[in-house]
Structure formats: C-alpha cells, structure tokens
Design a protein around this ligand. Structure first.
Ligand code: ZN
Length: 327
C-alpha cells in the first residue's frame, strides 16, 4: 500500500506542477515585480525572565569549516551521520553568536560582546552593535559587560576601530583566571595562541581599571550569579539570572552545536583549553539543566539559542523554545 501510494502522490504532484507551468505560460505577465531584497530581518529577540527584560542580539554567524577540525573523539563518519540525520551539511559547521542583554530595571547588562571588527572567522561576524541599535539599545547605556570567557568571539567587541570603547560607560566583569591567561605576554611566543593573545590584550589591557574579577558563586550584580564552568577556558563562567522566582542560565560555550554537543556530549572541542575538563563541565551543567528543567541560552546554538535540554540515552537532546511573537 505504502509503495503504491507514494508514486501516485508524487505523480500527482508532478502533474500539478506541469499544469501550473502551462497555466503560467498562458497567463498575462504579472503587473507587479518586486526586486529581490537580499537582506535578513533585524537580529534581536526579546523575552522576559521574571521582572527582567532580556534581549538576544546577534553578532552574526561564524563559519568553523570542516567538523573534523573542531569536534574530535568520535569517528568522522559518525559525525557525518549525526549531521546528515539532522539535515545539516556534513562537511561544514556554521555556528551563531547569540549575545544576551538583560535589563534588571536598575542595570543594563551585556553578556559577551561578539568578535568586533576582526575578520578572523570570516566576513559575517561583527554585527553586535548594529543588532543592539536595531533592538533600541544604545551601546552607551550598557552599565556592565559580563564576560563568560576571553575568547575573540566573546570579548573582541569591547574596543572599536582605532581603540575607541564601544561601551564607554560599562564596567567589565570576568574571571581573573581568564584575564591572566589571555593577556599573558609570555604566551605571545606560542604559535597556536599568539593571534588570540595579541588581540585579547588589545581589548582587555586598556580597560584594566574597569575590570572587576568574578568569583564562583558570587552575585555579580543583583539577580546575576556566577558559576565556574572551566574547561573551554580556564576561567569559563556561566551565569544564573533570577528574578521573581524564575531562573535562566546563560551557558555561553558549555556547548557549541545543537546536535554534536548534546547527542554526544563527550565529543571534545578543539578550541577548549582543557577538552577533558570541558567534557566534564558540559556533562555536569547539561545534567543540572535537564534535572531542574531550567531554560537557558547557549551562545553558539541556532538563533536565538534558547531552549531546554532533556536526557536522551547516554546523551542529551536540545529542545529549542518556540519564539513568542507577542510579549
Ligand atoms: Zn565562543
């Protein structure tokens, strides 16, 4: 029955298409002809966490290239199969950059700043300021930048072209361990780190007096608590944002991919400073989120990157939250 039904349906569709193209060739030309616009919708998404107003703003996508160059510890054909089964290209990985703004009513807080003007990961990043403006947020109104870690795609948006501050009124909160690691002059001699260290020094050192060290468990700002999540970097930190009994986690780079990092959370990510510790942290945080059914934002997941995680076999399943088109 099945085998007959499909070709019949398909033949019917093809016949329909042929009829439509015949009709089109007989129809008079259309009177209106709109140009192709070739622009995307403004990249901001607003939601509430209790009494706080949250806005996700995009810095634009990052092309990571061949999955085998970023995700290791599983056979290449296994990774290809996982991607293909999820209708994703098996030969190239593209991740998003979802930065978060939280207005607590008292403070306007930006979590991570995007890649800034650097084209290190291709031409599509660096849109954060434009996204903020389209969301109605003036960069000068940001009171606090809270960094998850000091990688380029998270802190190179601090300074603009020519060394001007993009967020001139913001204090910067970050783990001391990441400041020390990623501004360490001695690491400028290490091939794999040189470009990251040099660039990060340009963004953090001029702001040394504005930087406040974040400690594990500390309430960084009212309603925003730090939770150490090391592995991706030595000081990688996630944040619990809580208001009126609602809790939400910003998990930053605990995960990097909606399929690979969840279905097989033990796959290692090559940009992790300590990939084994990164796996342990990923398992711990995803387990906590699944057990407590907490909503969260992951910086690199498909736009806008918010959802829940459920346990599935010996891994997890990311469940995106439906976008709400009315607040
Ligand atoms: Zn990142």
């Amino acid at each position: 029955m099945r085998t007959e039904q499909f070709p019949l349906t398909r033949r019917h569709l093809l016949r329909g298409a042929a009829a439509a193209s015949l009709a089109a060739s007989l129809a008079p030309p259309a009177l209106a002809k709109a140009p192709m616009l070739n622009t995307q919708a403004p990249s901001f998404y607003r939601f509430r966490i209790g009494a706080f107003e949250a806005t996700i703003v995009s810095d634009g996508p990052l092309a990571l290239g061949d999955p085998a160059q970023s995700f290791v510890g599983a056979p290449k054909d296994e990774i290809s199969r996982m991607l293909t089964d999820s209708f994703l290209a098996p030969d190239k990985i593209v991740v998003e950059q979802n930065a978060l703004v939280v207005n607590t009513g008292d403070k306007l807080v930006l979590f991570d700043t995007g890649l800034g003007t650097s084209k290190l990961f291709g031409p599509t990043a660096g849109r954060l300021k434009a996204s903020l403006v389209s969301a109605g947020i003036n960069p000068a109104d940001i009171d606090a930048i809270v960094l998850s870690h000091a990688h380029p795609d998270h802190c190179w948006g601090i300074m603009g072209e020519g060394g001007a501050r993009n967020f001139p009124n913001a204090q910067i909160h970050m783990a001391q361990a990441d400041f020390d690691f990623w501004t360490d002059e001695a690491k400028l001699g290490i091939d794999g780190l040189k470009a990251f260290i040099a660039g990060t020094r340009d963004h953090l050192l001029p702001n040394r007096e504005r930087i406040v060290a974040v400690k594990d468990g500390q309430e960084v700002l009212p309603g925003i608590q730090a939770m150490a999540a090391p592995g991706h970097t030595v000081g990688h930190t996630v944040y619990v944002i809580a208001s009126q009994g609602k809790s939400f986690l910003y998990i930053a780079d605990t995960t990097h991919h909606p399929v690979l990092s969840y279905q097989q959370p033990r796959i290692e990510f090559v940009y992790d400073t300590d990939a084994k510790q990164g796996v342990a942290t990923r398992l711990r945080i995803l387990d906590m989120l699944a057990t407590d059914r907490l909503p969260f934002l992951a910086y690199h997941l498909p736009w806008p990157g918010i959802g829940h995680v459920a346990k599935a076999g010996d891994g997890f399943r990311f469940v995106p939250e439906p976008m709400q088109m009315a607040l």
